[in-house]
Design a protein around this ligand. Structure first.
Ligand code: XMP
Length: 511
């Protein structure tokens, strides 16, 4: 563990943001489960320990947290973390009756944060600290006169009832910076270190062959380019054409074959995918079929290489990111509190079924960090800043059963959307853009005749990581052009709608 900042995850939906902000500020930070933190503390100490927020109540938590408070390192408790700290030091936590949610004004009693004595902060709590522990002072109060911040009189222990990591807290980043400045932490997370961390992951492969499930998206491209540095021709990138791709994906893969150094082979698996999906309309079933068919296709490829080329793959390279790793041991999951909204996958299940070892050079990075280190690998900006595209492809953008007519309608409308967003300069301002086929006929007029045709929905969203998203306020003129081009150029479509749903409650993809 060489992170200076350890963030113990008590299950808040904002925990990852704390790590993201500190990393952006130049401090290596890692998210740990409670068990991991206790284990690490037996041998090492953090420069700063952060106790995150969480959905539970201190009244239900009987864990002994003294290892956090009796070893002399600085601790910052946020929301639930502050309540744990207050309780540990003999303060009183009051069971929630008047919670505070959303934006709230906070009074900075001594102007500690140099914010003119008050600022807007994001609150999300029902319990609150009602009596400050003896050795602590209250330095922040909410507009409801509740304790919003406490600090120890002589040691580096602080508690904040609000969430400085949430964008709605005005100058939240400066507030987080305040604590590392106060204890004099040195920056240790620059692009060079990030890059080196990734290279280290592929250091010990030796003379083995590596198979990469390659989509051409930023994650698999950067992962493959890192592995290529060490492995050269021993890395084989397989791009599966499942027939649910967009014109831009075919173009992009050809471009990469020509311009990158990677050894990329396209597997034409259109027939097998499309025949298995025939007449299947349930979204989860479609996702599962696509996932298992990926496994079959790769399995066949591995066998083919063994039999015809005498090449045996030992490793599977994947562009897994840090959020995937953290989410797999999130306290939400352990407690069984989370539900499967959608079963996400690219090639999930491959290594287990195919007896391959996993290679995940990006597993400690967030997506924005992956994009940053792309510059060390001579990858073009436009390759690194492509919009994300899900593994199941258009299979989850055609609602219900899939057929070749609908695939073509989504392909053509997506191409129009892409061209117009690039032309208007909006492509780089949004996180993701897509078109969805809605299998509902509506009445229209085309030429002088009545039309009774289906609907294309355009979805454009802004996001930092896909976990939350807001629909984009694209200028009307751009939407107008997209709409008239789709109705004019895509046969069978008379109506175009724009999705104005944020996430939550709507997910980015429709299925
Ligand atoms: P949702 O629809 O859950 O999507 O809001 C969040 C982000 O994840 C992408 N997505 C996927 N990516 N395999 C992937 O690799 C999948 O099965 C999958 N489903 C959704 C989605 O495009 C968005 O960026």
């Amino acid at each position: 563990m060489n992170a200076q900042i350890w963030i113990v995850d008590f299950g808040s939906q904002y925990t990852q943001l704390i790590a993201r902000i500190y990393r952006e500020l130049g401090y290596k930070s890692e998210i740990l489960t409670i068990e991991q933190s206790f284990e690490f503390l037996k041998h090492e100490k953090p420069g700063l320990l952060i106790l995150s927020g969480g959905p539970q109540s201190v009244f239900e938590d009987s864990t002994d947290y003294s290892p956090y408070f009796n070893q002399g390192f600085p601790v910052l408790g946020i929301c639930y973390g502050m309540q744990l700290m207050a309780q540990h030091f003999g303060g009183t936590v009051h069971k929630g009756t008047i919670g505070e949610y959303g934006k709230s004004k906070v009074h900075d009693l001594n102007n500690t944060f140099k914010v003119n004595n008050e600022f807007i902060a994001w609150m999300s709590h029902s319990d609150h600290v009602s009596i400050c522990p003896k050795e602590f002072d209250v330095f922040l109060k909410s507009e409801n006169d509740l304790i919003a911040g406490i600090k120890h009189q002589s040691l580096n222990f602080w508690g904040l009832q609000f969430h400085p990591e949430v964008i709605h807290t005005v100058r939240g980043k400066e507030i987080l910076l305040h604590f590392v400045d106060k204890i004099g932490l040195e920056k240790n997370w620059h692009n060079e270190e990030i890059y080196q961390t990734c290279l280290d992951e592929v250091d010990d492969i030796g003379d083995e062959y590596v198979l990469c499930a390659f989509s051409g998206g930023v994650d698999s491209l950067v992962a493959a380019s890192i592995a290529h540095k060490k492995l050269g021709k021993k890395l084989y990138c397989f791009f599966v054409d499942h027939g649910l791709l967009r014109p831009q994906d075919y173009k992009h893969i050809e471009l990469l074959k020509n311009k990158s150094q990677l050894n990329i082979e396209t597997i034409d698996a259109r027939e097998i995918f499309l025949s298995k999906l025939e007449s299947v309309s349930d979204p989860e079933k479609k996702r599962k079929i696509i996932g298992t068919t990926f496994i079959e296709v790769f399995d066949q490829k591995v066998k083919e290489f063994e039999e015809t080329k005498d090449i045996k793959f030992t490793y599977l390279l994947q562009g897994t990111l840090y959020p995937d790793i953290i989410e797999s041991h999130s306290p939400h999951k352990k407690g069984g509190k989370s539900v499967t909204i959608k079963s996400h996958h690219n090639v999930g299940g491959l290594p287990e079924k195919m007896n391959l070892k996993l290679l995940e050079p990006l597993k400690s990075l967030f997506k924005d960090e992956v994009r940053k280190i792309g510059s060390f690998l001579d990858l073009e900006h436009s390759w690194l800043y492509r919009h994300p595209f899900p593994g199941p492809g258009l299979g989850i953008r055609i609602l219900g059963a899939i057929d070749s007519v609908k695939i073509e309608q989504v392909q053509k409308s997506d191409q129009i959307l892409l061209e117009e967003l690039v032309e208007s300069g909006f492509y780089n301002k949004c996180w993701q853009s897509l078109t969805v086929h809605i299998p509902q006929k509506t009445v229209g007029v085309k030429g002088d005749a009545r039309a009774y045709e289906e609907v294309i929905c355009v979805r454009i969203v802004g996001s930092r990581d896909g976990m939350t998203a807001t629909w984009s306020h694209v200028p009307y003129e751009v939407l107008d052009k997209i709409s008239s081009r789709i109705t004019n150029e895509v046969s069978g479509i008379t109506r175009v709608v724009y999705d104005i749903t944020s996430k939550p409650p709507g997910t980015i993809e429709w299925e």
